[in-house]
Design a protein around this ligand. Structure first.
Ligand code: COA
Length: 322
């Protein structure tokens, strides 16, 4: 079997006190050596107050960083050989989520003019004219965080129909697959799948793959967590959801169920803390789908997150059969 290796992106929040050496090295490489910014301008007293983030690539190699002071993002840098692989975006998504979670209303930054399209991709908009800072042309950019406010504190939408609260009884692979597609098409923020084998008849088909891909790309905070019992089968069968994981590593994560994890569940999918697809049987298809069952979804979500936290990424999943 031919395989390609693949590197997930891991972003860690840190402080200057903890990580000054790593951060200094990376910023020295990008800003001082590559861009010619004077070292005494690059490193300032704000570092000690700022919240910092470090991005790690394959083999835990440090590949990117950024900092936030009040609501101002700065010192965004990705090492040259690692650019264009989604590392900058992964850093930005983490900072935006942090900012929204800590109640900030907006974010701002001074973008090097060449990087404006990068920030526009994160919904920042330019305001004001170009100016020169450290000898480099810049534009001021702002992002309103209203759209990123956590939907957990948003009241339920008024247009929930009573039919959305009804359970659709499912007893064959086709109806599970149909309901999986319908549920994914309604997702805005999170999809969680717990499945021993990610049954190919339910989860491995082009239509579902395309819907998941569209979801992961369309929403700034899209997050897909897939917890599997048998990762080996995914690799062996070149499962489409494994391809999704390789394609969008910053939004899709797969873990292998920890050997000490005990669960009574067999197979379920959760959508945005409201929708559920549930199969209660491992040998056959016996379950239901419901679009709006927040209390039940929350209970399953807690169980899922508990299992997730006791499970690990599996190195075998880094291989993509081609
Ligand atoms: N100009 C135009 N578009 C850019 C860009 C640039 N300089 N850098 C990234 N993009 C686009 C990418 O093409 C990509 O678009 P796509 O999703 O349609 O393919 C998108 O932005 C995301 O790119 P990503 O791979 O996540 O960015 P990155 O990891 O390469 O990091 C920077 C982007 C700007 C942080 C990186 O180029 C860098 O460190 N540059 C040198 C230091 C610097 O200029 N920092 C910015 C200070 S304001």
């Amino acid at each position: 079997m031919e395989v390609v290796d693949f590197s997930p992106i891991d972003v860690e929040q840190t402080s200057w006190q903890t990580s000054s050496q790593v951060l200094s090295q990376l910023r020295h490489e990008v800003f001082v050596k590559e861009q010619g910014v004077p070292a005494d301008e690059e490193f300032d007293s704000a570092d000690a107050q700022a919240t910092h983030w470090i991005a790690y690539g394959a083999g835990n190699e440090v590949v990117g960083c950024a900092r936030l002071i009040d609501n101002k993002i700065g010192r965004m840098a990705v090492l040259q050989p690692h650019r264009g692989q989604g590392i900058g975006s992964a850093l930005m998504r983490r900072i935006i989520r942090y900012a929204a979670d800590t109640g900030l209303q907006s974010l701002q930054l001074n973008a090097q003019t060449h990087a404006v399209p990068f920030y526009e991709g994160m919904y920042f908009g330019c305001d004001g004219e170009e100016f020169i800072e450290a000898g480099i042309p810049h534009r001021h950019m702002t992002l309103s965080l209203k759209r990123f406010l956590d939907p957990r504190v948003t009241p339920p939408l008024p247009d929930i129909q009573s039919i959305d609260r009804e359970r659709v009884v499912l007893d064959d692979a086709r109806s599970f697959n149909e309901q999986a597609k319908l549920l994914v098409s309604k997702a805005h923020r999170q999809i969680r799948i717990f499945s021993k084998n990610l049954d190919p008849r339910v989860y491995d088909n082009e239509a579902l793959y395309q819907l998941m891909l569209a979801f992961a790309r369309a929403h700034a905070h899209a997050e897909i967590h897939i917890l599997v019992g048998n990762p080996h089968l995914l690799v062996q069968n070149s499962h489409r959801l494994l391809h999704l994981f390789h394609r969008l590593p910053s939004r899709v994560q797969i873990r292998s169920l920890g050997s000490n994890v005990k669960t009574l569940h067999t197979d379920f999918m959760l959508i945005d803390q409201a929708g559920i697809l549930y199969n209660q049987s491992s040998g056959r298809y016996a379950g239901y789908a419901v679009y709006h069952a927040p209390l039940e979804a929350m209970e399953l979500l807690n169980e899922f997150d508990d299992m997730w936290n006791h499970s690990e990424p599996n190195p075998e999943l880094r291989q993509l059969p081609i």
